[in-house]
Design a protein around this ligand. Structure first.
Ligand SMILES: Cc1ncc(COP(=O)(O)O)c(C=O)c1O
Ligand SMILES: N[C@@H](CCOP(=O)(O)O)C(=O)O
Length: 461
């Protein structure tokens, strides 16, 4: 199994190399040269298996000889041992044909833990073999950062720097990033929005002196391993509702397009997915692009679902690569136009994208109303991101069961949930003292040279 860049100009890599490389050296994103497929019998055989075994079977064909089977099974077991639900990703029924896939039972209460806990294990195993030291720099709108810090804190051969937009994450999210005491954790509150944070991380990867000098690694969904680990729960949930004999649909609250791209990979592998629905908040660039063909940024607007306050949706590049017939030069051209504000998707590519994804948008008022209505009608308290998904899913219900991804725990966004329901959701007992712990954070400017100097100075200590 080999990995190629969406811009066609970077070295072809193995799984292990792609995981440690992050962004391709031509600025693109790594994708499998060919996606492995499962037969209907192989999919049917997943039903009833523990989540860890499904994870092993789904991911193994992508990994080449990076890990032995026994080693990989051990890494998976350690990754999910700390989850607070035996099923790892349980399904809850919301209505006659609508289910919620709860992805928030990991240590930091968001779906990011599924991939980040595993990447933490895999990177540690890889580093133990080479004896190398790495510097992780990540961008977050709130959840990737806390999951990455949880997965890498305290490791002797890793420093982890997380850029988050100052004042634009929830207080729980911020405290999850700023209260760990381990010296290898560096929480950086940057002036700007998430798109600025992500752009500075990509700038660091594109500066080869810096990148090679600090041995830069990425744990955003830039990293193919992040996407791969998220493919698993599409399989686990679909087989529990009758796949492959019965088709299922998914609605995915979407920002950086990593989670829904994992669903797209599951479908390419042979999982019978009827609809794959993109659900956006008021930062609706993806919904607008699907409807009009114009992919144009118009500024990030802060919302009550802050983790999805994104306009430059990194993984959309992976979908464009396929929609443009895997033409790396065409993708490179589109990404150059995006730097100047946007591009128009060709008619042919748009038709392919529309045949692959549906989309919808949820306003702030609709998000609040959805939280309120579902709490009253079903008792399920949704986080604002999951509510965006549920509202859009309700507009796309069809014959196949609809599974909406519940991407975060409501207690990460207590103000928004309390405003909608009148009830303040409680954090799990293990985090009950989160608001009493001292915070450690550095305020940083949106300035590449200043950020690079800070990283260099901290890792030299
Ligand atoms: C809670 C939550 N929901 C949804 C999303 C959107 O996921 P993606 O960026 O993979 O589209 C994010 C951020 O990534 C998130 O943190
Ligand atoms: N919503 C994310 C944004 C970063 O996305 P990623 O999947 O590329 O890491 C967050 O919570 O940080």
């Amino acid at each position: 199994m080999q990995y190629i860049s969406t811009r066609g100009q970077a070295p072809v890599l193995s799984f292990g190399e792609a995981m440690m490389t992050g962004l391709a050296r031509d600025g693109g994103l790594y994708v499998p040269q060919a996606v492995p497929t499962f037969t209907a019998d192989e999919i049917a055989a997943l039903a009833g298996l523990p989540y860890e075994e499904i994870a092993f079977r789904v991911m193994k064909p992508f990994m080449g000889d990076t890990f032995s089977d026994e080693e990989f099974k051990g890494l998976i077991a350690r990754a999910y041992a700390g989850f607070g639900h035996a099923a790892r990703a349980p399904l809850v029924q919301l209505g006659p044909n609508h289910f919620l896939l709860e992805l928030f039972h990991g240590p930091t209460l968001a779906f990011k833990d599924f991939a980040m806990q595993l990447i933490g294990q895999m990177m540690q195993a890889a580093l133990a073999k080479t004896g190398e030291r790495i510097t992780i720099v990540g961008a977050t709108s709130g959840d990737t950062g806390s999951a990455a810090i949880e997965a890498f804190k305290g490791l002797a051969n890793v420093d982890v720097f997380i850029l988050f937009p100052h004042g634009r994450v929830s207080e729980v999210q911020r405290r999850q990033m700023t209260t760990p005491t381990e010296g290898n954790v560096h929480a950086l509150a940057m002036d700007g929005d998430f798109d600025d944070c992500q752009a500075r991380v990509k700038d660091m990867f594109n500066d080869f002196d810096f990148r090679d000098g600090v041995r830069l690694a990425g744990v955003n969904s830039i990293n193919w391993a992040r996407v791969l680990a998220q493919v698993v729960y599409y399989f686990s949930s679909a087989v529990s509702l009758g796949a492959p004999l019965r088709k299922v649909s998914f609605t995915v609250p979407t920002g950086n397009f990593g989670d829904i791209f994992a669903g797209y990979i599951a479908r390419q592998m042979g999982l019978p997915i009827e609809q794959l629905v993109i659900a956006t908040n008021q930062n609706d660039i993806l919904d607008r692009a699907m409807k009009s063909g114009a992919y144009a940024t118009n500024g990030v607007k802060p919302s009550i679902s802050p983790s999805m306050d994104i306009q430059v949706s990194s993984n959309f590049e992976r979908a464009l690569f396929d929609a443009y017939g895997r033409d790396g030069a065409a993708v490179a051209q589109l990404m150059a136009e995006l730097k100047a504000g946007g591009f128009t998707i060709s008619q042919g590519a748009l038709e392919i994208l529309r045949a692959t994804f549906a989309s919808g948008r949820c306003s702030e008022d609709e998000t609040r109303a959805t939280i309120q209505n579902f709490a009253a009608a079903t008792g399920e308290v949704l986080c604002p991101h999951s509510a965006v998904g549920v509202k859009v899913a309700e507009e796309h219900l069809g014959a196949a069961p609809m599974i909406t991804l519940a991407t975060a725990h409501p207690a990460k966004f207590p103000d928004a949930v309390e405003a909608a329901t009148g009830q303040r959701p409680a954090l799990p007992a293990r985090m009950a003292d989160l608001f009493d712990r001292p915070e450690r954070v550095t305020r940083v400017p949106n300035d590449l040279a200043a950020l690079q100097a800070l990283v260099r100075e901290r890792i030299a200590r």
